[in-house]
Ligand binder design. Sequence first.
Ligand SMILES: *Cc1c(COP(=O)(O)O)cnc(C)c1O
Length: 439
Amino acid sequence: MTDTTHSAPTGTTGDRPAQADLLEEYSESLLGVFGSPSLVLTHGRGAVVTDADGKDYLDLLAGIAVNALGHAHPRWVEAVSRQLATLGHISNFFTSPQQIALAEKLLALAGAPDGSHVFFANSGTEANEAAFKLARRNGHERPGPDGTPRTTVLALESAFHGRTMGALALTAKEAYRTPFEPLPAGVRHIPATLEALEEHLDGTVAALVVEPVQGEAGVHALPEGFLRRARQLTREHGALLVVDEVQTGMGRTGRWFASAAELSGDDLPDAITLAKGLGGGFPVGAMLTVGAEVSGLLTAGQHGTTFGGNPPATAAGLATIAVIEEEGLLQHASTVGAVLADGLRGTAGVGEVRQHGLLIGADLAVPEGAGAPFGPAVVDAARAAGFIVNATGPATLRLAPPLILTEEQARRFVDALPQILASATAAVAPAGATAPKEA
Ligand SMILES: *Cc1c(COP(=O)(O)O)cnc(C)c1O
């Protein structure tokens, strides 16, 4: 791990970089579920983060679509700090003005009708656990054609909904699921096609759970018309439509909710789950339940959380939303996202580019004879060049930068990309191999 190209770090003695020492300590004390982290980060400002050796990186991942305002945004820091210094945690025996204000704000942004409500959690997986329980309650309240509770929950192939047991049951990836079976029963994964919707959505289904754009799968949007048809069919058959906007929500795609492209007015989902960008970096998740009937499915005592929606978390959410509004970051996400996407599309070795605001997936042409996964090699080469990006698979890059990323910063990455791809190619391919010109 020792990188001798770094100059001597500050704050340590001896000639090994502080970072290498810390990463060694990490592996001795942290559970290995994340593998080895690539950097020890010590501070950040805007879209730039700095590692323990003092090297700066342009952060095009934002803590996986979390740091909407970048790092240490003054308005956000001020709001959270002030809240922490005033009232921190209180439990859900009590509420706070911030909690009520954030719930009201989220319902207003969603255009949710009277009778709609919010449940606050601490993460995406927890928001989806709440939605899973809502689905089960619907199954009990609206028995299927044979008079017994509906237990079927439909989710999509390639779906990612989280790592706790209920959310994991909704997640498709075998490698995540198999080691933990048996998972909660009743989930069926169907293809993300209109045909599969027609085939599987019937009176035995308690809920359909979908991501408007599958982020972890490599940024793949649902087919056009899918959500509209899903809304019709779920309504027809008494099933809930649950939209997981944990990654796509809160401005990430240039709208508050990606699903609003097809679902608005009287056709909102029955439940929307949020987390990632919601707190701008403070852990907070939420489930919105749309309308009185759906909201009434979970009653006092049927669900809960100790931390969920506490004052600092909800103050963070309010500050994040306020800055997105004041700085016009929805429009900005679309504009800067297009700069990144155009640049990616114009780069040799990049294939299909899927851009939804500042959530971008780009397929990579894998060099012939590559002896190692190319995506991770590109991530490594980008990091060496001072950029943090992510690979969702061996040939797919994902960008989810802070919504405050400037056009100039976006261009800086685009300009560096050919050299990054060349370095990655050299790292995985035998000498003499070159990246193919077309994907
Ligand atoms: C990240 C993610 C989750 C899980 O969120 P955590 O906060 O990691 O539990 C769930 N659904 C989607 C769509 C996500 O992207």
